[in-house]
Ligand binder design. Structure first.
Ligand SMILES: N[C@@H](CCC(=O)N[C@@H](CS)C(=O)NCC(=O)O)C(=O)O
Length: 330
């Protein structure tokens, strides 16, 4: 079952587990603003350990993730699609922008890393992170080194060149006076490009890099003007209690596993990101489409939850040793 053909989601309050300085959280906050939605924000720790995050996700530690009752949606690409199902208008995926998802994926990886290296450089990081004291900044650096172990990060000099080239290209794209990257309608690509540039703007000591790109700045102002919708606060304990008292009701509550991929409903599996933050989540496979992987898992505090991942950027593997799982194979 694809997300598009899934039945509409029940009216539950979307909960975004996020933190203020996180670009991908800002992407989702702006999506809530664009859709004029009411939602609850849970503050997550910016570094490990994150016991309340792991209680819900089973090990996925990246920020943000979306919670609808006992359904946990990892990765902002999937979270945006789920929000689209919850509130289809205005759409994030207009027919006039067939490349929007692909450009969003590029911006969420290539542009994001150039923007982060630039905005988190030594002379700016304390500002970008809202005045975090030196000890906490040191702990952040150690945590992010572990998160990205095995990944080649750009140097600050390389990031400068990349940011300038990308900004120049986007400024040219916007140069004909269009309101959004693909024309009159905003698309998911706009949100994915905006969050990296939002991060650079926060890094005021080095934000001047954006100044020459007038059309791009006007567009970024327009994007940020969507605001954050109607935001409420929730504690992580409250969010865990919401999961514990709900039944998983995502599109794959009834097992639906695409045939012909060597995986069947009920198999013990692990799911892990393929880029960074690759901690696996173990559970029982309950859903597999060409867009989404869904596992069921149980937690002492959160109860039985369905954890959803996008197919793109994640690997699902059968666990041959059933003993390795806490939950029995069904
Ligand atoms: N592909 C992920 C990337 C998320 C990501 O890298 N988030 C950063 C923060 S903006 C992160 O997880 N940092 C480590 C952490 O928060 O523990 C998505 O789209 O949600």
């Amino acid at each position: 079952m694809s997300l598009e053909s899934s039945p509409p989601l029940p009216p539950v309050l979307p909960i975004l587990h996020q933190f203020a300085a996180s670009p991908f959280s800002e992407k989702m906050r702006l999506v809530f603003g664009f859709k004029r939605l009411r939602w609850a924000a849970v503050e997550v720790p910016i570094i490990m350990p994150k016991p309340d995050v792991v209680a819900l996700t089973g090990g996925y530690r990246k920020t943000p993730f979306l919670q609808l009752g006992a359904d946990i949606y990892c990765d902002s690409a999937l979270a945006a699609k789920v929000i689209e199902r919850l509130a289809p208008t205005p759409t994030l995926y207009p027919e006039s922008a067939p490349l929007a998802e692909q450009v969003a994926q590029w911006a969420d990886s290539t542009l994001f890393w150039a923007a982060v290296v630039w905005g988190a450089q030594p002379g700016a990081i304390a500002v970008t992170m809202d005045g975090l004291p030196p000890e906490a900044l040191k702990a952040l650096a150690v945590d992010r080194a572990a998160l990205t172990a095995g990944m080649k990060r750009l140097s600050v000099g390389e990031a400068r060149i990349q940011v300038q080239r990308h900004c120049a290209a986007f400024a040219r794209q916007l140069g004909d006076g269009r309101r959004f990257l693909f024309g009159a309608e905003a698309s998911i690509a706009d949100f994915s490009v905006a969050h990296g540039l939002w991060f650079i703007r926060r890094a005021t000591p080095v934000a001047g890099i954006l100044e020459p790109f007038v059309a791009l700045n006007a567009w970024l102002d327009r994007m940020l003007a969507f605001g954050h919708g109607q935001r409420e606060s929730m504690t992580s304990s409250e969010a865990i209690a919401v999961a514990a008292s709900a039944a998983a009701s995502g599109p794959h509550a009834q097992a639906a596993v695409l045939a012909g991929q060597g995986l069947e409903a009920g198999m013990p599996v692990t799911v892990a990101a393929t880029d960074y933050g690759t901690e696996p989540v173990a559970g029982t496979l309950v859903g597999l489409s060409d867009e989404e992987i869904v596992v069921r898992r149980s937690d002492e505090r959160a109860g039985t939850v369905h954890v959803h991942f996008p197919r793109a950027g994640f690997q699902v593997r059968e666990v041959r040793e059933a003993k390795a799982l806490k939950e029995p194979v069904q």
